[in-house]
Write a protein that binds this ligand. Structure first.
Ligand code: P53
Length: 479
C-alpha cells in the first residue's frame, strides 16, 4: 500500500466536476434559451472552425449538435447524484446554465422553470450531504447576448450578468456556499467565443477588444463577489484559472523569459481577482498591444475592495515553451500551445501527463496569492473499452489520478492550503474542446457515442470503486 506522507484534513472536499452545457442536454426544455455551445457541432463537423468564426456558426445548420441531448443530466440527475453519493462525494461542482435562467440573457425577470430545476438538483445533493460548488458562467453565454451585444465586449453585459448573479445568490442562499464567477477566465484570450461570447474576427485590434471584454469580466467578478458577500456573509467566492506552469525549453534565458511571460498571461487575471489591482507588468503589455482600456471611475475601487476568497483552477498538464520560432513551429493553433516535453508521456489526445507539475503549479499559485486553493478540474480524457461482461477497466485513469493526488498531498505538505479536489467529468460527458463523447473522464460510464447513439445507461468503471476507497480513507489508500 502506498501512502502520501501527509494526512488530508477531515473536512477536505473530495468530489467531482461537470458543467451544464456538457451534461444537461434538454437544450430548449422548460423555457431554456440557446447557449453558444448549442451552436457548436462535434469535431468531425468542424467544431474548431465554428469556434473561431462565430458569425458563420450562427448562420450555419450542422448535422449534429452534441450539447442538445448530451448525457441528459437534466432528466437523470437523481440517478447520477445517487451514484456520486455512492462514491462518498463530499462536494459536487456543477454550473448553472445562464440561458436556462435568462433565455436571451437580457431579460429582467428569470425563467422560474429553470430555477426550479436547480432547486431540485441542490436538494438532491443535500439529501446525501454533498456540498454543491457552483460555477456561474461556464462557457455558456446566451446566444442572445452574443448577437445583440457581442457578449462581453459590451459593458452592458456586466449588468445582465449581475442580474443573473443576484437571482441565483438569493434563490440558493441556503443551498450553495461555494461559488466561482467564471470558468477558466483566461480561456477568453485563446477562444474568445467560449470565454467571452464574442466575435473578434472583425475587430480592428482583436487584442484590445479581448482585454476590454476581460476588464468587463473582472469588474463583473468583483461586483458579484460583493453581492455574494452581502447576500450571505458565509458565501465563498472564487476565481477560476486554466492553470499549468510553463517550463522553459532550455536554460537559455530567452526561453526562461518566454516561460515567465506565458505564465503571466494567465496570472494576469488572478492578479486582479485575488490582489485587487492590475499587475505592474500590465502597463507595458497594454502599451505594446496598443490597448487603452475604457474604465469607469469606480472600477478600480471595486476591484480593490472585492477580491476573491479562494483561487480555483483546472490542471491537466504543464506546458513547454521556447523563444526560438523554429523550435516552436507546429504548436500554434492549440488552445495552449506547448512543445513536446521529452520527459513526459501524453494522453491519446496529446495532453502531456505531469503529476509533479501539479505540485509545482500549486506552489507557484499559493506563493503568489496566499489564498486557499481549490483544484476544480483534473483528469485524463481517454477511450474506454466496455468488456463482454460489462466491466470497464480504466487502470490508466486510476494511475493518472493517483499520481496527481499524491503530488497534491506533497504540495499540502509544502504548506499549500487546499480546500478540495473535484476531478473533471466525474460522469462521462461531452468534451468541450472536441465535442466528442469518446474522450471520457468519468468514474461513471455513459453509453453514448460521438454521433449520439446509445442507451445513455450509466455504469460503474473500475475507477469508481477506486475513488470510493480514496474518499473513504480520506486519501490514505491510493492503490
Ligand atoms: P476537453 C481545453 C479546451 C477546452 C476547454 O477539456 C478546456 C481546455 C483545457 O484547459 O477547459 C476545461 O473536454 C473546461 C472543461 C473541459 C475540460 O477542460 O476538451 O473547463 O469544460 O471539458 C476538458 O477534454
Amino acid at each position: 500500500m502506498s501512502k502520501v506522507n501527509f494526512k488530508f484534513p477531515e473536512n477536505f472536499l473530495w468530489g467531482g466536476a461537470v458543467a451544464a452545457n456538457q451534461c444537461e442536454g434538454a437544450y430548449l426544455e422548460d423555457g431554456k434559451g440557446l447557449s453558444l455551445v448549442d451552436l457548436l457541432p462535434a469535431a468531425s463537423g468542424g467544431r474548431w472552425e465554428a469556434l473561431f468564426n462565430p458569425e458563420k456558426t450562427l448562420a450555419t445548420t450542422y448535422d449534429y449538435y452534441p450539447s442538445h441531448e448530451s448525457i441528459d443530466f437534466y432528466h437523470r440527475y437523481k440517478e447520477d447524484i445517487k451514484l456520486l453519493a455512492e462514491m462518498g462525494f463530499k462536494c459536487f461542482r456543477l454550473s448553472i446554465s445562464w440561458p436556462r435562467i435568462f433565455p436571451e440573457g437580457d431579460e429582467t425577470s428569470p425563467n422560474e422553470k429553470g430555477l426550479e430545476f436547480y432547486d431540485a438538483v441542490f436538494a438532491e445533493c443535500h439529501k446525501y450531504g454533498i456540498e454543491p460548488v457552483v460555477t456561474i458562467n461556464h462557457f455558456d453565454t446566451p446566444v442572445g447576448l452574443m448577437k445583440k451585444y457581442n457578449g462581453w465586449l459590451s459593458r452592458k453585459t456586466i449588468d445582465f450578468y449581475l442580474n443573473f448573479c443576484d437571482v441565483i445568490f438569493k434563490r440558493y442562499k441556503d443551498q450553495v456556499k461555494y461559488w466561482m464567477t467564471f470558468n477558466e477566465i483566461n480561456m477568453i484570450l485563446h477562444i474568445p467565443m467560449f470565454g467571452g461570447g464574442m466575435d473578434v474576427t472583425k475587430s480592428k485590434n482583436p487584442e484590445r477588444d479581448k482585454y476590454q471584454a476581460i476588464h468587463h469580466q473582472l469588474v463583473a467578478s468583483a461586483y458579484a463577489t460583493k453581492l455574494a458577500h452581502e447576500i450571505n456573509p458565509d458565501n465563498m467566492v472564487g476565481c477560476m484559472l486554466a492553470a499549468g506552469s510553463t517550463y522553459a525549453y532550455s536554460c537559455n534565458p530567452n526561453d526562461v523569459w518566454k516561460a515567465m511571460e506565458a505564465d503571466r498571461e494567465g496570472y494576469f487575471f488572478v492578479d486582479v481577482q485575488a490582489r485587487g489591482y492590475y499587475p505592474s507588468y500590465s502597463a507595458r503589455l497594454f502599451k505594446e498591444k496598443n490597448i487603452q482600456l475604457e474604465m469607469e471611475a469606480e472600477d478600480k475601487a471595486i476591484l480593490q475592495k472585492h477580491t476573491v476568497d479562494y483561487v480555483a483552477f483546472s490542471y491537466y498538464s504543464s506546458r513547454l515553451i521556447s523563444a526560438d520560432p523554429d523550435v516552436n513551429r507546429g504548436t500554434e493553433g492549440n488552445v495552449f500551445s506547448t512543445l513536446k516535453n521529452p520527459y513526459l508521456k501524453a494522453s491519446e489526445w496529446g495532453w502531456q501527463i505531469d503529476p509533479l507539475g501539479l505540485r509545482i503549479t500549486m506552489n507557484a499559485i499559493y506563493d503568489r496569492y496566499q489564498k486557499p486553493l481549490f483544484i476544480v478540474e483534473n483528469g485524463l480524457g481517454a477511450v474506454d473499452q466496455v468488456e463482454a461482461d460489462g466491466s470497464i477497466n480504466d487502470d490508466y485513469r486510476i494511475d493518472y489520478l493517483r499520481d496527481h493526488i499524491r503530488e497534491m498531498g506533497e504540495a499540502m505538505e509544502d504548506g499549500v492550503e487546499l480546500l478540495g479536489y473535484t476531478p473533471w467529468g466525474c460522469i462521462d460527458l461531452v468534451s468541450a474542446g472536441t465535442g466528442e463523447m469518446k474522450k471520457r473522464y468519468g468514474f461513471i460510464y455513459v453509453d453514448r457515442d460521438n454521433e449520439g447513439h446509445g442507451t445513455l445507461k450509466r455504469s460503474r468503471k473500475k475507477s469508481f470503486y477506486w475513488y470510493k476507497k480514496v474518499i473513504e480513507t480520506n486519501g490514505i489508500e491510493l492503490d
